[in-house]
Design a protein around this ligand. Sequence first.
Ligand code: C2O
Ligand code: CU
Ligand code: CU
Length: 476
Amino acid sequence: MTPPKLSRREFVRTAALTGGSLSIGGIVSACGVDNHHHMPTEPAFAAGGGQAAARSPLRIPASTTPGGFVLRAAPGTASIVPGKSTPTWMYNGQFPGPTIVAGSGTRATVTFENGLPQPSITHWHGLLVDSPNDGHPRQVVGPGGSYSYDFPVNQRAALDWYHPHPHMMTGEQVYRGLAGALIVRDAVDTGLAGNPLGLPVGGYEIPLIIRDASFDSRGNFQFSNKSSGFWGNTPLVNGTLAPYLDVSRGVYRFRLLNGCNARVLRLALTNGATFTLIGNDGGLLDQVYALSEITAAPGERFDVLVDFRSLGAGGTVMLRDADAKWDVLEFRGTGAAGAGTLPTGALSTIPALASPATSRRFTFDGMTRINGKVYDISAIEFSVPFDVTERWTFVTNGNGPHPVHVHGVVFQVQSRTGGRGRVYEWERGWKDTVLVHDGETVEVLIRFTAHRGLYIMHCHQLAHEDAGMMANFMVV
Ligand code: C2O
Ligand code: CU
Ligand code: CU
């Protein structure tokens, strides 16, 4: 696979660190912590060091269902850096928030309560809900306010997620801890009506919310929301600094989310392990894809199986970010007997969209504009007919990454020209977020089949979004 083209920033950072290649086999070297750029302040806590003693068990967020659920965003403190407590903003006192598990065909009734000192609203990223339930920035409620959601969950099984969506404050609120996983189940996937594909379940299915952060010497988050974007200097997985996970000799299903504000992750495994990709933003792919690395932009999700059946007691595999050279999560073999096999053959049917009736072109300009315009919360920039296939082209000259996200829909990526110049396996099937990197043009086919009403599209580099790289549109 061709390595993705590095932006100038990435290139400078990579060059400033070791030129060392990904460690496959043998001893996993201690990682370099990326503190050369972006946050030149107090010393960082080095995560990802190879020393076993420095790692903590991976947190697994508690799960819940969305019927009659109260979701409260409020300040609190979390134990992230050993021996320190970090002031955070959390959903229901948890960092990250609880994992919401919803069966397709069930109803979600959620009361969002805003205990923050700022306006907020919750968006269900990936859920195909009507406009009043979408968490549009116009729907913000002030401190002390609340918002009632009531909608049917009716879509393919997938890993989705929820996070705040107030205009100009999303970056800070997500960074301070407001994000959680949302898993939709259906009869094809696991959890409803059996498990036809034999996918890993129970303790073998684990959400991994990967994000970056920077801490000062007292354990406080460091943050700045300048529109060039925030790159933290250490990775967290499910809010855990330098985590490990004990694994038995089985097959695990990891539901991966890039929850970073701006950082694109290039995920890889050490010691010869590979990802068996089975799904992405919009659920299961047509078939499995064996991959040695996956490029994950903010907002994108990946459903991967990892086969630890030959990992003996004491053996380790590291999940790495090959760009930052971070050791993100260490898998430690326990040697215990485990369950599972890798599926082969077809996973699901993806009907191809075709014959677009209209083409639209969107340029992602600088760090603040789409088609030359900074977001105007009261404007409707364009209307899209319901249930008609269109071709949308996303273009940028620079200032990437621009992970382009569209609400209320899933789309199919057709082509990428310029930049990395190809569509990757993890961009097949149904997507709601696609990475448009410097110099790239990405074409998608898109058809709004779920609801009419007000939606938005925006860049999921949260500082770009907050600075105005967002547009309202109406499905009519
Ligand atoms: Cu994940 Cu409009 O956002
Ligand atoms: Cu969304
Ligand atoms: Cu952008």
